[in-house]
Write a protein that binds this ligand. Structure first.
Ligand SMILES: [Zn+2]
Length: 455
């Protein structure tokens, strides 16, 4: 990149190149099948996506080791002077489907307009693929040699919690790679976190909640609905659901992680709230009661939560189902684990004569120490590039690829150096996903520094 190019020209170039990545509808082949969607997806789009990467990043492709670890999951290695303390940057290639007709600009056109790049993946998260590889491409052009190895890893199946990221993790583990720091999506720079917070904040995910799927079923001898017995399968399931929702089995806990979040946010609020945030431990019992009422996220931050999401029963309406079931999705906090919850459910299913099958279960990740060198390194780099913002560690409620990397690194963090407005954030997985061109330029600047400063 020549030095005499203006920021505007740079932004236009980056935006157009990111648009090319968006043009490839890299929807994981399993997703349309899972959701029953008439979407044309599959490996050919990932192959074309790789060709586009080669076109846009020629130096990356001639200088880095690139491995297809499993299916379309990619790992790039930029050898540094030492293999110790490597940096690992993550960003998944797959995107969720998009309804063609409903968007302002077609979702797979990568249109650049109104100072923004539009399309599926514009912020989740082809922008991060773009800015990571663009940073490396420019550093290569400048003749920079990193002190330590730099890896860029890109799974093909994050949106379906697929095997791409675990395969990359295993590949690194087998080779004894212990990253100094891993950065994945899951944290951003948000303009308005919630009403009283007056300035933009970088939120850095330091722990990720667990994920579970449990099927609860009730059996019966079947029969005709003209002569219904007592305690039909749905009756038992319904009483079970009401029981789960009317008791506080999932205890709210104002965790040390949440204390850290609120204390950090004190920097962005005015008195008297500033005092409350700074001394949040004193107010924790009161705030714990208020938080779930203020926002549904509030409950998620405090405790394990459960949502019943699917059900099934007889195949015709006039039959008592020989078996009926409901499926629950759980999000485990670090303080009420899979084992704790299973113990609770084992007791409850006896009460209602149910059976349970744990379909998926993963505990919350370990928590990254905010006093660690890795965490401090990240916050120093953020302050250098974004001097106007606050920084807060936080609990990630959803699932990311990054969770698999806690096993090989004590510092697997969720943060993308991307400024988003709350309106833009709401378009994630929805209509009109978009990113400001200026945010893309800042991301590249940040990632160059992030690689360069690691000495
Ligand atoms: Zn994502």
């Amino acid at each position: 990149m020549p030095d005499n190019i203006s920021v505007e020209e740079r932004g236009q170039l980056y935006a157009k190149e990111l648009g090319k990545l968006i043009e490839r509808p890299t929807i994981s082949a399993d997703l349309p099948k899972l959701l029953n969607l008439p979407v044309d997806a599959g490996p050919e789009y990932f192959a074309r996506f790789r060709e586009t990467l080669e076109e846009v990043f020629p130096l990356v492709h001639s200088n880095l080791e690139i491995v297809r670890v499993k299916d379309d999951a990619l790992l790039f290695r930029w050898k540094g002077k030492s293999a110790d303390k490597p940096i690992v940057l993550l960003a998944h290639q797959d995107v969720v489907p998009a309804e063609e007709g409903a968007w302002k600009y077609p979702p797979f056109s990568g249109t650049v307009a109104d100072g923004k790049i539009w399309g599926r993946g514009a912020m989740d998260c082809k922008n991060v693929i773009y800015s990571s590889l663009r940073a490396i491409e420019e550093l290569l052009a400048e003749g920079f040699i990193p002190e330590y190895d730099v890896y860029f890893a890109s799974s093909d199946s994050e949106e379906i919690a697929g095997g791409g990221a675990p395969a990359i993790r295993d590949y690194l583990k087998e080779r004894g790679v212990n990253p100094f720091i891993v950065l994945d999506e899951g944290g951003i720079i948000i303009d308005k976190l919630f009403a009283p917070v007056k300035k933009p904040f970088a939120v850095i995910g330091i722990v990720e909640k667990g994920f579970g799927v449990i099927k609860f079923s009730a059996k019966s001898r079947g029969g005709h609905t003209t002569a219904p017995p007592k305690n039909t399968p749905f009756e038992r399931l319904a009483r079970f659901i009401v029981d789960v929702h009317s008791h506080s089995y999932f205890k709210p806990y104002f965790s040390p992680e949440l204390v850290k979040t609120v204390k950090a946010l004190a920097d962005g609020v005015s008195p008297p709230l500033k005092f409350v945030f700074k001394h949040i431990r004193l107010f924790a019992p009161l705030v714990s009661r208020m938080l779930p009422k203020l926002h549904p996220f509030g409950g998620g931050l405090l405790c394990t939560n459960i949502t019943f999401t699917m059900s099934g029963g007889a195949i015709v309406p006039n039959m008592i189902p020989p078996e009926a079931y409901v499926v629950a999705n759980l999000r485990y906090s670090a303080y009420q684990t899979v084992a704790d919850c299973n113990k609770l459910f084992e007791r409850l299913i006896k009460k209602y004569d149910l059976e349970m099958e744990v379909i998926a279960a993963q505990d919350a990740t370990s928590t990254v120490d905010t006093d660690s060198d890795g965490y401090r390194y990240l916050t120093d780099c953020i302050r250098e590039t974004f001097p106007d913002i606050g920084i807060a560690p936080y609990i990630v409620l959803g699932g990311t690829d990054g969770r698999h990397f806690s096993e090989i690194s004590p510092c697997s963090l969720r943060f993308s150096p991307v400024r988003l407005s709350s309106e833009q954030l709401a378009t994630m997985h929805g209509l009109d996903e978009n990113l400001d061109i200026s945010a893309l330029v800042e991301s590249v600047v940040f990632l160059k520094r992030f690689i360069q400063n690691h000495k």
